[in-house]
Design a protein around this ligand. Structure first.
Ligand code: NAP
Length: 162
């Protein structure tokens, strides 16, 4: 099965200049806790923005470049979303981790979304797609802990497909 994990601003912005805009330590900790031991699926640009292979996670990178190669046993490069069939159909929780292009492309195949909703608008160049509330039901909402570093509130929200 596919789940999706994202942190988005109030105006749906998720990034700028191929990087994250905010530094939210508790959210990063939560991302690590949820995804460790699982497969993480991402676009080539998000992989580049990570800058490294994350420990204890199988990485699937989508890209159209036939030449792309990452010499790491935890990295698999796929050229077409049809090659994700096994990840969609197996019983494991496999995480779509972005970015904007990949969220838009794969949201229809996801069963669950872990969305960190930041209560502030940001300027950026990539957005999360609109959530169709006739398909997605909010099943959990919990306020993230204040951290002294950020002046905004944020909620950890889970949506499940109806
Ligand atoms: N806030 C968050 O939670 C969050 C999470 C992740 C990322 N982000 C942000 O999102 C931004 C990156 O998003 P993005 O939309 O620019 O890039 P992206 O979705 O990470 O990657 C796009 C790339 O994926 C490949 N791709 C797309 N569709 C494909 C397909 N159908 N088949 C094969 N490959 C395909 C292409 O690679 P090639 O060009 O190599 O062909 C494309 O350029 C950054 O700012 C990042 O910081 C935010």
């Amino acid at each position: 099965m596919l789940s999706l994990i994202v942190a988005k601003a109030k105006n749906n912005i998720i990034g700028r200049n191929n990087s994250l805009i905010w530094h939210l330590p508790d959210d990063l900790k939560r991302f690590k806790a949820l995804t460790t031991g699982h497969t993480i699926i991402m676009g080539r640009r998000t992989f580049e923005s990570l800058g490294r292979v994350l420990p204890n996670r199988h990485h699937v990178i989508l890209c159209n470049d036939m030449e792309m190669n990452v010499d790491n046993e935890n990295v698999e490069i796929l050229k077409d979303i049809s090659e994700l069939k096994d990840y969609i159909e197996n019983n494991e929780e496999n995480f779509i981790i972005g970015g904007a292009t990949i969220y838009k492309l794969l949201m229809p195949y996801c069963s669950k979304m872990y969305i960190t909703e930041i209560d502030k608008e940001f300027e950026g160049d990539v957005s999360f797609p609109k959530i169709d509330k006739s398909i997605w039901k909010e099943t959990s909402r919990e306020q993230g802990p204040a951290d002294g570093e950020n002046d905004f509130k944020y909620d950890y929200v889970i949506y499940e497909k109806i």
